[in-house]
Design a protein around this ligand. Structure first.
Ligand code: HEC
Length: 133
């Protein structure tokens, strides 16, 4: 009994040490360059509702995003994501830290632009719209 408890303790210790190592490696990696997997996860969770069109029949509130959005300028994108667009898009600086925003920007910069017609928002609201199509 005592021996098996020891084995369990050892196992738990080994697993948490491995986990800590993994976390440390991840921290180093995120300082070096943005993690596209993390960026994609945040994008799908926080942005997809307005910026993607999951079904052919669904509308899209915001424009499709790609490497060409905002001229592909990472700084400008990060600024829009952090502060949002008045009345149109919430800012994310309180939900996402700088590394996470950088990861989302890096992920968006892997996306090819859709054909021009498909890029436009399709859902209309009573508010004003920026693009004059
Ligand atoms: C509530 C809906 C909504 C959510 C959620 C949202 N956005 Fe937006 N976003 C918009 C709208 C609408 C616009 C267009 C604003 C305008 O008319 O200038 C926009 C514009 C942008 C732009 C500028 C695009 C361009 O070409 O002008 C970027 C970049 C962007 N959003 C990124 C994001 C990211 C990244 C997230 C998630 C972290 C996000 N947005 C979440 C609605 C949203």
């Amino acid at each position: 009994m005592i021996r098996s408890a020891g084995i369990i303790l050892f196992t738990v210790g080994a697993v948490s040490a491995a986990f800590a190592q993994g976390a440390a490696k991840q921290a180093v990696a995120s300082a070096a360059k943005p993690d596209l997997t993390v960026g994609r996860q945040h994008f799908e969770q926080s942005c997809g509702v307005c910026h993607t069109k999951p079904l052919i029949t669904s509308g899209r509130f915001g424009p499709a995003l790609s490497k060409e959005s905002l001229g592909g300028q990472a700084d400008v994108m990060a600024e829009v994501i952090g502060n949002g667009v008045p009345l149109r898009m919430p800012g994310f600086k309180h939900q996402l830290n700088n590394d996470q925003i950088r990861a989302v920007v890096a992920y968006i910069q892997t996306l090819d632009p859709p054909p021009p017609e498909a890029a436009k928002p399709t859902a209309r609201t009573s508010g004003e719209r920026r693009d004059d199509n």
